[in-house]
Every structure is written in structure tokens, then in C-alpha cells.
Ligand binder design. Structure first.
Ligand code: GLN
Length: 484
């Protein structure tokens, strides 16, 4: 593991060849759409100079000098903000997201923007219109998605941590594919100001890292109510939340529910899931099997709600306000239609059509309202489970990282496989993907979920698991002591 001290050296004046080392690895991986630590340093310094810092939230954290990578749907002033789409290909952000500002305030430095499935729609990052990202464990395989570039960047040791967005699993699934930690916080706990919206009621800014301690500090720095995002909420443990509560730590021997039933897992995932269940027992937790009867309806509900919201959120990309505009259109209608046709890729078009369809007048009852009912039902399922368990363990995704192209999963198979992750988004719960064992040269991981605001339990479990399943280094990676 690259230490904090080494990371700080990466951005040190003059003597570091961090940029050259990253660019050498990037030839094989392609995690970044833009990489410019020099610009990042200037952006962070300019921000700090003009900001009247409220340091109470960051007191006790030490992200000073750590390089971080940011998914290209989260705004960093002066950097690209493409969402992996042709429609925003040349767009530069005029401002930074609240989460990014908070991290810069704590001393971290944004070094670049990472590749992603277009507008966050996908599970491989192969649905980016702007480039391909390869898995640092096996370049013939995908990194997962949609925050695939952010997962690859930390797995390849190119940044100390990275930011992603998680609407239906987009932080956790690529984290599992790349063997790193991925946190999806409770809905609303991290401001979405500066995150380009895909499905607003489901998504949240999350973070990835190979180092669980860094991830924890990042979360503590990022969270908090933000006047610029009405859906944001104060976290009970916020240091600058007037009524800051001390959350009772997860007890030794606490009850953990393990999702059971026919989960449809690939053999390697089943093996790692069984080993993780044994690990929980060996660590002294009281393990019992749990079921979530609504789980089988989660994917249809997720795709109904997500596409409905996407159809509204993406209406702003019309070739008029910003982004790609075709030339030669005869009238405004043609201009909008042709610009959207030219700018959006096939998966985005499919989802806009689907979302428009489910919202058609007279159809809401059949799809959208029904999906909201499923959303309530899955929330109730979780509530029941949490009556007798402090946290739940379940898989992240049914397979390990799959190959690029035809040999991999088709778009439909990818969607069906979202059931374990998107459940947490429908229920607004915090969830974390935790790396476990490597099988056949590829990482596997498991997922913990906890009640609202109980990210602390996820961190405790992840820390315990670290002793059983140490985090390993991908073959294509900056190694320990490697940041020269
Ligand atoms: N696979 C999910 C989707 O394609 C992931 C979405 C996300 O979390 N951004 O919608």
C-alpha cells in the first residue's frame, strides 16, 4: 500500500515524476479523461485563498497533499465535465462541486477527471463515448461502472482516493471489479451540488480507495448539509452539526444478517461469499440468514424510476444552452433533435425513451407509481431485517469483472445483475463494497449495508475484514514506494 507520506511526495515541488509514472501506466489502463496535477494544485490553492474556511468539519483529518481523481460527472473548476458523453465533449466546468470544495479545503488536490459510462448509465465503462478503460488486474476485462475510471485509478495506484457517483451501484460494483473499497453513503448525506444529475432521488456522491482509513476521512470531510442542495441532510455524527451525537460503536458479537436464498452467483463469487460468511463467524459476529422478499422486484423498479428521472434530467442537453450543437439545422426543432441524436449514445437514448414511455400520461399508475410502491416495500423489508441485525452482508454483483465486448455480459444481463446494489439506492441506505479474496487472478468483494446514517458500522466491518482479507495490489500499478 502506498502510504500517505508517499502520496504527499507525489505532489511535492519539483522532484516528483508522479505525472510521468501515471501517464506510463495510463497507456494500458485509460482511467483518466483529463490528468493535470499542476492545474489541480492551482485550483485547490485558488479555492483555499478565497474561502473563509470553516475548519471544524475537517479538524483531525489529514488529507493534506493527497491526490484524488474525480468522476467526470462531478464538477471541478477549470477541468472537463463531460459525463463520458459526446454531447459535453468540450465542456469545462466553471465551478466545483461542494464535495470537491470540502476536500480541497481539507488539503486534498484534484489531479484529474475519470472515465465513466455515459451519464452514469452502465456497468462496465465501455458505454463511455470518450474512451476505453481496462481493468488493472486484466486488461482484457472491464473495470465495471459507471464510476469505472475512478475505480481503475485507485486500483492502479494513480491517486490516493477517488470520487464517484452511485445511483444504482456505480461506486460499489467497479470497486468490487477492481479490488478496492467503495462507499455509497446514506442518501442526502453528501451534497449533490455539482454532480450532473442522472436520477436525482437515487444518487449520491461516493468515494473509492485502496486504503480504508483514507476512505473514512474522505467521508467525514465530504458529508454535511449544504445550502446549495435542498435534499442534503446533516449527519448525526457531523462535528459541526450543533447536536452532534456520538453513535454507539458496533458491538463485538453483534448480529449480522447474511442474505440467503438462490442468489444466482458465479462460482467464484459464491466461493468468496461463503468465505466471507465464515469470516464473519470467525470474527465473533452472530450470523443469521435473512431474506428480502422484494429483492426480485428491485431491478424493474430501479430502471423505471431511474429512466423516468433521467428523461427529465437530460432534457437540458438540447444543443442550445451548452454542449454539442449541430450546424445547418433549418429550425429550432431540428436543431434540438439533431443535436441530441448526434450527442447521445445508444444506451442513453434507450433510457430517455424508456423514461418518457413510463411517464406518458395515463401510464404512470402502471409503471412509475407501482415502482414507488416497490420502493416502499423494499424499505420495509430492510427495516424488518434491521430489527434483528446491525448490518446485512450480501453480494455486490453476481460475477467478477467480465471481458470487454461480446464475450462479456450484454446490456440486459448487466441490468439484471444490478439487484444487489440498486436495492440500497431505492431504500436510501448506506452501503460499502469491501474487497475480499482474489480468485483466478481477479478480485472479488462483498457488500455491507447498514441502517440510515450508520456508515460507522460499514467502516468497522471493513476494518475487521482487512485482517482476514488483506488488500492486494493489482499487477498494473504504481507499487509501494513507487511514487518517486
Ligand atoms: N448499472 C447501473 C445503471 O446502469 C448503475 C448506475 C449508477 O449507479 N450510476 O443504471
Amino acid at each position: 500500500m502506498i502510504t500517505k507520506k508517499e502520496w504527499k511526495k507525489a505532489l511535492g515541488e519539483g522532484k516528483s515524476d508522479y505525472t510521468a509514472q501515471v501517464l506510463a501506466i495510463e497507456k494500458n489502463i485509460g482511467s483518466f479523461l483529463e490528468f493535470d496535477p499542476g492545474k489541480g494544485k492551482k485550483t485547490a490553492a485558488a479555492f483555499k485563498a478565497n474561502y473563509i474556511a470553516d475548519d471544524s468539519a475537517t479538524a483531525g483529518t489529514s488529507l493534506e497533499g493527497l491526490p484524488f481523481a474525480v468522476k467526470d460527472n462531478i464538477a471541478v473548476k477549470g477541468f472537463s465535465l463531460t459525463c463520458g458523453s459526446k454531447i459535453l465533449k468540450n465542456f469545462t466546468s466553471p465551478y466545483s462541486a461542494t464535495a470537491v470544495e470540502k476536500l480541497m479545503n481539507a488539503g486534498a488536490v484534484p489531479v484529474g477527471k475519470t472515465n465513466m459510462d455515459e451519464f452514469g448509465m452502465g456497468s462496465s465503462t465501455d458505454d463511455s463515448a470518450l474512451g476505453r478503460t481496462n481493468n488493472p488486474w486484466d486488461e482484457n476485462r472491464v473495470v465495471g461502472g459507471s464510476s469505472g475510471g475512478s475505480a481503475a485509478a485507485v486500483a492502479a495506484g494513480l491517486a490516493a482516493f477517488s470520487l464517484g457517483s452511485d445511483t444504482g451501484g456505480s461506486v460499489r460494483q467497479p470497486a468490487a471489479f477492481c479490488g478496492v473499497y467503495g462507499l455509497k453513503p446514506t442518501y442526502g448525506v453528501v451534497s449533490r451540488y455539482g454532480l450532473v444529475a442522472y436520477a436525482s432521488s437515487l444518487e449520491v456522491v461516493g468515494a473509492l480507495s485502496r486504503d480504508i482509513n483514507i476512505l473514512k476521512e474522505v467521508f467525514e470531510v465530504m458529508r454535511g448539509k449544504d445550502i446549495l442542495d435542498n435534499t442534503s441532510v446533516a449527519h448525526p455524527a457531523d462535528k459541526n452539526n450543533g447536536e452532534s451525537e456520538k453513535l454507539a460503536p458496533l458491538e463485538e458479537g453483534a448480529a449480522i444478517g447474511v442474505l440467503s436464498g438462490n442468489l444466482g452467483l458465479a462460482p467464484a463469487i459464491a466461493e468468496s461469499y461463503a468465505a466471507s460468511t465464515r469470516a464473519l463467524m470467525d470474527l465473533g459476529y452472530k450470523v443469521h440468514e435473512v431474506e428480502l422478499p422484494t429483492l426480485e422486484w428491485v431491478v424493474p423498479a430501479y430502471y423505471t424510476i431511474a429512466t423516468a428521472e433521467a428523461s427529465a434530467n437530460l432534457a437540458r442537453f438540447n444543443g442550445i444552452k451548452y454542449g454539442l450543437r449541430v450546424s445547418g439545422a433549418d429550425n429550432p426543432d431540428d436543431l434540438v433533435r439533431d443535436s441530441r441524436h448526434e450527442g447521445f449514445g445508444p444506451e442513453v437514448k434507450l433510457r430517455i425513451l424508456l423514461g418518457t414511455y413510463v411517464l406518458r400520461s395515463g401510464f404512470q399508475d402502471r409503471y412509475y407509481i407501482k415502482s414507488q410502491k416497490i420502493r416502499t416495500a423494499i424499505r420495509e423489508d430492510f427495516k424488518k431485517v434491521f430489527d434483528s441485525a446491525s448490518a446485512i452482508m450480501m453480494p455486490v454483483f453476481p460475477t467478477q469483472a467480465f471481458p470487454h465486448g461480446e464475450a462479456g455480459l450484454d446490456p440486459f444481463q448487466q441490468k439484471v445483475a444490478d439487484k444487489f446494489t440498486s436495492a440500497a439506492n431505492l431504500a436510501a441506505l448506506p452501503a460499502m463494497s469491501v474487497p475480499t479474496m482474489n480468485i483466478d487472478g481477479l478480485p472479488t468483494g462483498i457488500q455491507f449495508m447498514a441502517p440510515t446514517f450508520r456508515e460507522d458500522r460499514l467502516f468497522t466491518l471493513a476494518e475487521k475484514f482487512k485482517d482476514v482479507f488483506p488488500v492486494t495490489t493489482a499487477p498494473v500499478s504504481l507499487k509501494e514506494g513507487g511514487v518517486k
